[in-house]
Design a protein around this ligand. Sequence first.
Ligand SMILES: CC(C)(COP(=O)(O)OP(=O)(O)OC[C@H]1O[C@@H](n2cnc3c(N)ncnc32)[C@H](O)[C@@H]1OP(=O)(O)O)[C@@H](O)C(=O)NCCC(=O)NCCS
Length: 283
Amino acid sequence: MNHIVAPQDLPECLESAISENVNAMWAMLRAEAEAVVAKEPWLRPFIDTAVLLHRDFPSALGSLLARKLGDSYISADQLADMVRRAVEDAPCIVDEACADLQAICTRDPAADTCLTPFLYYKGFHALEWHRVGHWLWRHDRHDLAHFLQSRVSEVFAVDIHPAVPVGRGVFIDHGTGVVIGETAVVGNDVSILQEVTLGGTGKEHGDRHPKVRDGVLLSAGAKILGNIEIGSRAKVGAGSVVLKDVPPCATVVGVPARIVGWCRDTIPALAMDQTVPEPEYHI
Ligand SMILES: CC(C)(COP(=O)(O)OP(=O)(O)OC[C@H]1O[C@@H](n2cnc3c(N)ncnc32)[C@H](O)[C@@H]1OP(=O)(O)O)[C@@H](O)C(=O)NCCC(=O)NCCS
């Protein structure tokens, strides 16, 4: 492994131990896994390897992620070791993964258990690999971070530059075709559907990608272009092209996007509220 450069600005959550949330999630996943093998004996080998033979959530998640990404250049065992080192150095990765999984269980009506997204949702797997890649990036291990980005893109069809900071409780639904550029920022409790791009316009250099604040819902196929801000609790409609800042709470739709309404009491990304409110005014 490469030498790790000590980071100057370690995030606060590095100090945190494995939280009660993580332990509660792990107990739930084990109970759900037991129920699955009781019903579907053919799945026993897979469920044992993925969940029941592990002592805790980080071990199960690291092993699952590693088996999905291992190849002839970096084996699943080496990748599992990489994840283990990452979570030992930055336990917040585990807390964030648990919050992401909880977000899916809460927001996705198709997720009847937490075990289903844990085992099968590639948006979740890609995001958790991104968290490891971002840890590498922050420790100046850019080559390995790019290798992971490339493998994640090949395997899960999700392409997130490893420099991008992503908040907790983020739900990337389906995942296919999601692209997030180098200088983008994604806040907490954001929901991102398939084919979303957080890209540059091609006319700017340096800091050129969108900043997505907390609680934003980005619907399928939305293209958010340029160094613009999508304010907290905003909603972006499916297929929209957003080229200007979106104020907090606004709903925007269209090509180019225009404001068609404002959020009321809910946080759209949490409610997965994809309705378009009554029009009030346009930008
Ligand atoms: C089309 C593009 C190259 C801009 O071209 P441009 O000639 O510089 O255009 P401008 O930015 O001056 O915009 C001109 C008008 O077109 C509109 N416009 C710009 N891009 C648009 C798009 N993609 N779709 C619809 N309208 C667009 C602008 O709103 C503006 O309208 P207005 O005059 O009514 O305000 C750019 O917006 C674009 O789409 N770049 C590609 C970005 C991309 O694919 N990024 C992904 C990276 S991963």
